[in-house]
Design a protein around this ligand. Sequence first.
Ligand SMILES: Cc1cc2nc3c(=O)[nH]c(=O)nc-3n(C[C@H](O)[C@H](O)[C@H](O)COP(=O)(O)O)c2cc1C
Length: 248
Amino acid sequence: MGRAAGLAAKLEPDFIDLNFGCPVPKVVRKNGGVALMREPRLIGKIAAEAVRQAAGVPVTAKIRSGWDSSSINFLEVAGILIDSGVAALTLHPRTRVQGFSGRSDWSRIAELVKFSPVPVIGSGDIFAPQDALAMFSQTGCRAVMIGRGALGNPWIFGRARRLLENLSDPGEPQPGERFAQALEQAEMMAGEMGELATIIQMRKHFSYYTRGLAGGAALRRELFACIGLEQARLIFEHYPESMQCTPI
Ligand SMILES: Cc1cc2nc3c(=O)[nH]c(=O)nc-3n(C[C@H](O)[C@H](O)[C@H](O)COP(=O)(O)O)c2cc1C
């Protein structure tokens, strides 16, 4: 991890984030991600070495509440990470065993804010711009991280920012705007991985972008069967403009 941080630092990123919250089975099986929360001292060694080799590029870290409900140790791990020199901490207050079930317990983010001398970023269950505001006010966190709420919905960031700045909310994007964004994402992916792999990967994203649209199920059936981006574009073009969209 230290060597990786050193290599990444050469690319001059704004910061390097160490993810000790990842619950994905293939990562956890190899004792990576959130599995390391069962070994706080090892987390400390990893973080300290990453900070050292990052040579001045800020290193931040992401954690969960703990491994399971009987081993809630985010404050202990946070303390070790702070001593190791991390510049900020993100907490997704669920355990590994919870996965994405139950609710993100924001009171733990507030606890960490009180405990931590470095900025705390809150994570979990921000699905609407208003949720971001609620997390700031309920926890005192310095920033929020948005995961699932941004899938097929990149507008959530700009809308949350506008609310924070006391500006009006433009509301949900219209179907045409959603389709254009979905196609732009697909084109960017095609540039990286080719059209066929993109169309397969984009199936789930098309379904996020069309969530809540009138006639969405029929639209998704067509999109799932399509085999090229031009075909996807035509399917979107034929979506009746008159159909109303409902909140994402
Ligand atoms: C598709 C997806 C990819 C994610 N990738 C990362 C990642 O690379 N690094 C990270 O720290 N968290 C990652 N997360 C976790 C989120 O940052 C977040 O902590 C978690 O999803 C809970 O927040 P949410 O309720 O806003 O989804 C990912 C989540 C999702 C849904």
